[in-house]
Write a protein that binds this ligand. Structure first.
Ligand code: PGA
Ligand code: ZN
Length: 423
């Protein structure tokens, strides 16, 4: 049973406060922390911040921490950690608001994840612990765990970088790998080749990449010897540069020429050309999050996987609408936009029932918690996006999937090219 729940404020990878919790049971102490992102919308669960400008510029999470240590702890002590849905429901009931704004989704999710880890440890099978991914698969119901294809971010632009590239992320997907560890090796080697390509072509300043080097990944894939085995994905995050009905590809340029405004129709044409010229298999948020008309039109071309991130905000109602209107065919799953493990599972079910692809995602503000790795394997989502193959808080996720691969080699399948293209 749960004996104690104790939270504290820590810092995420950007140096911004976030919540970490230790959940104690008779089996031990289970730690979890929550990520946080740049993009936030009105449909997602509320991240509770203190708002005191004098402390961490208003970003402190002391209130969320206090909510865990007082109210949530009191409600959960004595509960069985294997009963995930009851634990999550108890917190939802305690919060009483639609978007978890009272206790804070950051407080609720941290505890929900920690309880999930404790639940796995509580279940004894063959005298040993049940791995976390297996416990998550059991919570989902009938699902065979599968190792996801990693999407490594190799070039950052948009709001994520100080260059002029409008597109937020260019990712490489080693879809031709046979095993996860091979995918990790292929992605990492290509990442290093890319650095060399960029230095040779554009000098040592990464910030030049935005102007002209956005498609150096193709050259790096060739140099690494992985042509046809690594494909490309884009997160355009087009909401960030949609002005009225047009898209300003120069939105970060200090001297705006005004030349680079494209209509939505031009954007469709641009994507068509890019998919023709490069091995692009997936595009995330190709249009503004409210531009349903054009995202539907683009999805109907069937050129590539179309992923909804800002479009959906991992929100059940937005996903429902997108399914009904054939607006996209894959969900970008950000667990902190949902708020509990149980609801995350529901959202994944909803997407899978519509035969969508699912990409589990990190946030730009990450912690060293690797929960989304086990979640991806346990829920058999097929794809994981956790940043570049460098920096600890990103690697934690990829390394954990590798660990699951090594541990369970013969039991878990790898999601290769086929699943992505049929998503
Ligand atoms: P974030 O989003 O920067 O809000 O974490 C990343 C993404 O757009 O996929
Ligand atoms: Zn995105």
């Amino acid at each position: 049973v749960i004996t104690k729940v104790k939270a504290r404020q820590i810092l995420d990878s950007r140096g911004i406060p976030t919540v970490e919790v230790d959940l104690h049971t008779n089996k031990g102490v289970f730690r979890a922390s929550v990520p946080s992102g740049d993009s936030s919308g009105m449909y997602e669960a509320v991240e509770l911040r203190d708002g005191d400008k004098g402390v961490y510029l208003g970003n402190g999470v002391a209130k969320a921490v206090k909510n865990i240590n007082d109210k949530i702890s009191e409600a959960l002590v004595g509960m069985d950690p294997t009963l995930q849905s009851q634990i999550d429901q108890a917190m939802i009931d305690l919060d009483k608001t639609e978007k978890k704004g009272e206790l804070g989704a950051n407080a609720i999710l941290a505890v929900s994840i920690a309880a999930c880890k404790a639940g796995a440890a509580e279940k004894e099978a063959c005298f040993s612990q049940v791995p976390l991914y297996r416990h998550i698969a059991d919570l989902y119901g009938k699902v065979s765990p599968m190792l996801p294809v990693p999407a490594f971010t190799v070039i950052s632009g948009g709001k994520h970088a100080g260059n002029n590239l409008a597109i937020q992320e260019i990712m490489i997907l080693p879809t031709g790998a046979n095993r996860f560890v091979e995918a990790l090796q292929m992605g990492t080697e290509t990442y290093h080749h890319l650095k060399a390509v960029i230095t040779e072509k554009y000098g040592t300043h990464d910030c030049n990449v935005g102007e002209s080097g956005g498609f150096a990944p193709n050259e790096a894939i060739r140099r690494a010897g992985y042509t046809d085995k690594i494909q490309i994905a884009l997160d355009v995050a087009a909401t960030n540069f949609c002005i009225g009905t047009r898209y300003d590809l120069d939105f970060k340029s200090p001297q705006k020429s005004g030349q680079n405004f494209l209509s939505a129709e031009d954007m469709v044409e641009l994507y068509r050309e890019l998919c023709n010229d490069f091995p692009i298999v997936s595009i995330e948020d190709p249009f503004d999050k409210e531009d349903w008309e054009h995202i539907k039109r683009f999805s109907s071309t069937g050129i590539c996987q179309v992923v909804g991130d800002d479009l959906l905000m991992s929100n059940v109602k937005r996903i429902e609408r997108a399914i009904l209107e054939y607006a996209c065919n894959a969900l970008l799953l950000k667990i902190n936009q949902v708020g509990t493990v149980t609801e995350v599972i529901e959202v994944v079910k909803q997407a899978k029932e519509a035969h969508w692809g699912v990409v589990t995602s990190h946030r730009c503000g990450e912690t060293i918690d690797s929960f989304i790795a086990d979640l991806s394997v346990g829920l058999s989502v097929g794809q994981i996006k956790a940043g570049a193959p460098c920096r600890g808080e990103r690697l934690e996720k990829y390394i954990q999937v590798s660990f699951l691969f090594l541990m369970l080699m013969e039991l878990v399948h790898f999601c290769g090219l086929l699943q992505i293209l049929t998503c």
